[in-house]
Design a protein around this ligand. Structure first.
Ligand code: GLA
Length: 374
């Protein structure tokens, strides 16, 4: 018989493995899983969980390729959801505010719901006054995507048929969500088409870093590397101008709280009912385009992106009709940082092109990185 000390190293290794190894296939809580699972048109809808060694968790649904929850620690180590989200798939399906989903094929607005491409005019559905918003009704945010779970990532794919919602070209979209050890949620997008089309893909997550979604987000401190923004008309369509933020309420070059200037009698703020504008990003690759800190919890979120713009939206249309997490989400209880091509790019010759040609691939990456600022 082997002496006991022979087994000690093995026991210690096994114990260490339990302590430091990431959980490769964590499962959502059974109740959450149940609330978010169903079969829609013969397609299975499931809830996926990513968890890293720090206890940060991200829940994802293949309905709309949606972020259902992001749980991160505050300065005392308390882990809470920092998104506005629903409690079940029924509410997610009925939702009208785009909580956490991927929007496309053309996120944000297209003025007059029409554009010309290669000399041909396209008309797309009007779902925001006279304009098209977020790809139209029943777009990819209201579809079941194919899903593949990997160790620290989930990949969602969808094929948008040629002509769906009036847009040309069969488009294949992939969205890969990965959770890193440094508390970064990395979102990689790719799109291909078989005909010239337009593309603008983003995630529409609403954040409230306090962890308490019944509180307004006005105390959150924002720093944005954007020297210009794109002013809009009364229906939130850009005029085409790139306006300097300097001397306006849109200047977040130096950190300031969202509430600092939001009440100013500024024409642009009045049109947006707050911030609901595209900012022209100037950050280099290594720099965060946007940094947000919620002082009481100490939670910080940095946004890195390859995209040229970001829609900073301060939840101005929230009015208590969307419910979840024990609350009815009220005016300005969440903010979005939708990294994107510029709104109405298909009609704006001065804006970066959002055209995607057959056999080309469009790629984008956005990272939301969470940490603590004491
Ligand atoms: C985007 C738009 C807003 C609003 C929300 C959804 O952020 O810019 O105007 O439509 O989506 O409510």
């Amino acid at each position: 018989m082997k002496p006991l000390f022979f087994f000690f190293p093995l026991l210690i290794t096994a114990f260490a493995a339990c302590v430091v190894e990431p959980e490769l296939h964590p499962s959502p809580e059974p109740e959450r899983m149940h609330a978010f699972s169903d079969t829609i048109d013969g397609k299975s809808v499931d809830l996926f969980l990513l968890r890293n060694e720090n206890g940060m968790e991200v829940e994802l649904s293949n309905y709309g390729a949606t972020i259902v929850a992001i749980r991160t620690p505050d300065k005392n180590g308390k882990i809470e959801d920092v998104t506005l989200s629903y409690d079940n798939l029924t509410n997610l399906r009925a939702g009208k505010s785009y909580f956490g989903c991927v929007v496309g094929r053309f996120a944000n607005r297209i003025g007059g719901a029409q554009f010309t491409l290669d000399g041909q005019e396209y008309t797309v559905p009007k779902n925001d006054g006279d304009n098209a918003l977020h790809g139209g009704i029943n777009s990819i945010d209201k579809q079941v995507w194919k899903a593949r779970k990997m160790n620290d990532a989930v990949r969602f794919t969808i094929e948008i048929p040629d002509g769906a919602n009036g847009y040309p070209g069969k488009m294949n979209v992939t969205v890969l969500y990965s959770l890193r050890i440094d508390n970064s949620l990395v979102i990689d997008y790719t799109a291909t088409t078989d005909k010239t089309t337009v593309v603008n893909l983003t995630n529409h997550a609403y954040f409230n870093l306090s962890g308490d979604p019944s509180k307004q987000i006005l105390d959150h401190v924002v720093k944005m590397r954007a020297k210009q923004f794109t002013p809009v008309d009364s229906s939130l369509i850009p005029s085409g101008e790139l306006r300097d933020v300097k001397g306006t309420p849109f200047d977040f070059m130096n950190a300031k709280s969202i509430g600092t200037d939001i009440q100013q009698p500024d024409e642009q703020l009045l049109r947006g009912k707050g911030y609901d504008h595209n900012f022209v990003l100037n950050a280099s690759n290594e720099e965060a385009a946007v940094e947000v800190v919620e002082p009481r919890s100490g939670r910080k979120m940095e946004v890195f992106t390859t995209q040229p713009g970001v829609q900073f939206y301060t939840g101005n249309f929230l009015n208590g009709t969307e419910k979840g997490r024990g609350t009815a989400y009220q005016f300005r209880t969440g903010f979005c940082l939708e990294t994107q091509q510029f709104p109405d790019a298909p009609n704006q010759p001065n804006f970066p092109s959002a055209v995607l040609k057959a056999r080309e691939q469009w790629k984008g990456q956005t990272i939301y990185r969470f940490s603590i600022q004491r």
